[in-house]
Structures are given as C-alpha cells and as structure tokens.
Ligand binder design. Structure first.
Ligand SMILES: [Zn+2]
Length: 460
C-alpha cells in the first residue's frame, strides 16, 4: 500500500497545530549544552524528547544515555535513543536531530524572548525553533502518523537525538562505539541542515572537510633592532607574508599543488547575490574562478584565522623573531583531510621564503562528505521532497563542515547518509532572532512521512 501525497498532506495538517505546540514547549526549555550553562536544562529537554518518542507507541523502550567524552573522564550530555527492529528483509532507518541549543547571546538583540516562542509573520521565533528542535518534531510527528498510512510498520526505526551538537559533540565518537548495535542502520537521516529557500526543498549532498593547524615561522634566535638590522636580516613576518601570498593565484584561487577540486552541479546563483549576502565592500572584488557556488562547495580554500604578533599599541622598533598563526584549509569533497594536510605541509616546506624554520602543531582534521545521490534512499527522499514542496529538489553543497557526519560515515560505512533540515536562508541559526518558517516545517514533515511510507514498502 502506498499513500498518495494528498493522504499524507491531510493527516499531517490534522495534527500540525499539536506538533507546533509541542515544538513551542521544547523551545521553552533553555537546553544550552555549553559547559558554562545549567546541565539540568539539557537533562529536562532529554526527558521531554523521551516522552514525545514514547508517545509514538512505536518503541518498547526509550533510553536516555550518556558516554564519556573523548578528551576527559567526564560524561557528555544526555542523548535520547529508541530502536524498533525491522521485519525480516526490511531496512532500518536512523533519524538524527539534536535537542541542545546555542546560547542566546546578547538578549538586547532579540525582538522577543529567546525561550518564549512567538509567532510573527509566518515564522516561529525562539532559540532552537529551527536548529534543531523542529528537526526533532519532524521525526516525532512523521513517526506518530506512519501507522495511519501503512498496514504494518515493518521498517526498522532508530531515533537518535543528541544533546551536545552545539558544543562540538565531545562524546559522539564514544557514543557511536558504545551503542553501535543499538544505532546500526541502513539509512541515516540527519535533519540538521536546511532548504534552498522557503519555496524550494534541498538535500545537502556535499560538505567540505577541514584541516586546521598552528604554524610557527622563525627567522631569528632573538629579536633585533629594526634600524640596526632591517634590510639585511629577514624578520619572521616578512617570511610569513611571502608564504601566505604563495597560497593564492593573483585572482585569489588556491595555488597549492595537491589540494584537489571536485565539481558539483550548482543551482542558479549570481555573483551579485554573493556580494549582497556576504556584505563584501563595493570596491572589493570576489575571489576565485568558476561558478561562485562551486568555489564554496567543491573547491578548497585557505584562510589565516588568527595570528600572534605584537599588537599596534605595543609595537617597538624590533624585527620579529617568530610568528605563529592558525591556518584553516577547507577541503573539497573527494579528498581526505589528511591528504590535504600533507599537500599544504609540503607546499609550506617548499615555499617558505629565506629558508625560515617552520613548525606545525595542533593539527585538527575533519572529513568532507558527499552523498551518492543515485542510492535508493537518496532517490526516495529526493522524490518525497519534490512532491511535498511541489518543486524540484536542489542538491545543495555546504562550504562548512559538520564533523559528526563523517563520524557517522566511518562508524556505519555501509549506511546511506542523507542530510535534510528545516532551515531556510532567513533562519538565523546560532544568531539572535532565530526563527522557523512554519510552512516549511509542515512541508518537511510531509516529506519525511512520504519517505518513511516509501521505505516501509522496500526490501533493498
Ligand atoms: Zn544544528
């Protein structure tokens, strides 16, 4: 039995007011996962999510679980997990979202209280309204309605609602290995990204990886008077600046051999849009080559994000003996982070001016991600999104990295990972006045329910 799009829309719309109210109740819990905030609120929100999942009547047990952090003996924040095993031969889908939120930041910047949700012009405002409590409610609602649309729920279902995503998921790796069997699945839906806009759905199909490190450049064994020695002896900043210039072509593309580019199709998007959204100053040109979105989605980039040198107020007439900087390399999908790090390391060693000494420390690697959109689950969810929005789905790249997605990929290498979400370009996740486009939320539920109904009829 397959339900039609109008059946699905109608069951969703009947209970949508309830889902919206339950979302508001979740937003009222200030579940900030940062260590300086009250962990009691994260525990409260885990309990609320657990109650919602129990209410779907699909699971015998709903667990609230914690694992030890990777970098200390402390336990991470509580995650909520429920599992229902599949009928023989049927696939298992894991539905991921997170119930923790970012701190509200400057309260004066909010037009309404961050933890008292308010509806204004078709949007629900509040911290976590979009990122990612609406993701949780999309899962809960579609699971609650699934039995109304299929004869028997034969699909295996795992729900995994993390409690510390906004704080860098410190216990995530341990959690995946501690509960590997409980979480095992064929398809993983990560509802923590967004749509192209409020009219157009998207599947996030690529994410760049990252390789960041601290670089120290040395030219002298001690500081020297810049008048006595400047002009004959190189200071460390001079060597560093020359090195940084060698990273780029004159137009600002990355010029480091061994840092790969890939190519992905890009939706319509103009240079003017990029200028407007980024706030680049009028006289300043954009950098790079190729389609402007391709530069973000499928090409590498290199940025210096911090530098230790004397500040202007304390400048003396001195040649600097050493400079340290944090360098961030975004890695194109298709290249491993360690390979990218080796490429930049080799470039730096070969291009450092004047034979200056270089040192690499604090290397941090995160893998890029790309979905095989020809997989059966990717096809099914793309079809569901297109039907629900009544608009062709866009395969969207993201220039940033979501490191926990690569942890999923390495823990469950055979699973298809699908990245969806409820956000849109105006959601302002992490910023003051975060909001959810309420109609997009309903469409996201319709799409997820259509997808689950379709999966329930599949034997891969
Ligand atoms: Zn999120």
């Amino acid at each position: 039995m397959t339900a039609s799009i109008s059946d699905v829309r109608s069951v969703v719309s009947q209970t949508f007011p309830q889902s919206l109210n339950e979302l508001k109740d979740l937003v009222r819990i200030p579940s900030v996962s940062w260590s300086s905030f009250d962990p009691e609120q994260v525990a409260r929100s885990a309990q609320a999510v657990s109650d919602l999942l129990a209410g779907t009547n699909l699971f015998e047990d709903v667990f609230i679980l914690r694992s030890q952090k990777s970098d200390s003996k402390e336990l991470g924040q509580p995650a909520v997990v429920a599992r229902r095993n599949p009928a023989p031969g049927m696939p298992t889908v894991l539905l991921y979202a997170h119930h923790d939120v970012q701190p509200p930041g400057d309260l004066a910047m909010w037009e309404s209280s961050p933890f008292e949700p308010e509806e204004r012009s078709g949007r629900l405002h509040g911290r976590g309204a979009a990122d990612d409590k609406a993701g949780i409610m999309a899962h809960v609602t579609s699971l609650r309605l699934l039995p109304e649309l299929v004869e028997n729920v034969e699909l295996g279902i795992v729900v995994f609602i993390e409690g510390e995503e906004e704080f860098g998921s410190p216990s995530f790796e341990n959690f995946l290995s501690d509960h590997h069997e409980l979480l095992a699945s064929d398809v993983i839906v990560v509802a923590d990204s967004g749509n192209w806009n409020t009219e157009t759905p998207a599947l996030t199909t690529t994410l760049r990886g990252n390789a960041t490190f601290k670089l120290t450049v040395r030219t002298l064994d001690h500081a020297l008077h810049s008048g006595m020695f400047g002009g004959a002896v190189p200071d460390a900043f001079m060597a560093f600046a020359g090195l940084v210039s060698s990273f780029y072509t004159p137009s600002g593309s990355v010029a480091v051999e061994g840092l790969h580019r890939s190519s992905v199709p890009t939706p319509e998007y103009s240079d003017e849009q990029m200028r407007e959204e980024s706030g680049v100053l009028d006289s300043v040109s954009l950098i790079g080559d190729g389609h402007v979105l391709g530069r973000l989605w499928s090409q590498p980039s290199i940025s210096v994000t911090g530098i230790d040198i004397p500040d202007v107020a304390n400048a003396s007439n001195t040649l600097l003996p050493s400079v340290s900087a944090r360098i961030s390399v975004r890695v194109a999908p298709g290249q491993s982070a360690s390979e990218a790090f080796s490429a930049i390391q080799q470039h730096i060693t070969e291009h450092i001016p004047f034979g200056a000494i270089v040192e690499f420390e604090d290397v941090n690697l995160g893998e890029a991600f790309s979905t095989d959109t020809s997989g059966w689950a990717a096809q099914s969810i793309s079809h569901a999104l297109t039907q629900s929005w009544d608009q062709e789905v866009v395969n969207m790249g993201v220039g940033g990295s979501i490191p926990f997605i690569s942890s999923f990929v390495s823990a469950f290498p055979n699973a298809q990972v699908l990245v969806t979400g409820v956000e849109d370009p105006d959601s302002r996740a992490h910023s003051p006045n975060e909001s959810l486009h309420i109609e997009s939320f309903e469409k996201a539920i319709v799409a997820e329910l259509l997808f689950l109904v379709d999966l329930n009829s599949k034997k891969p």
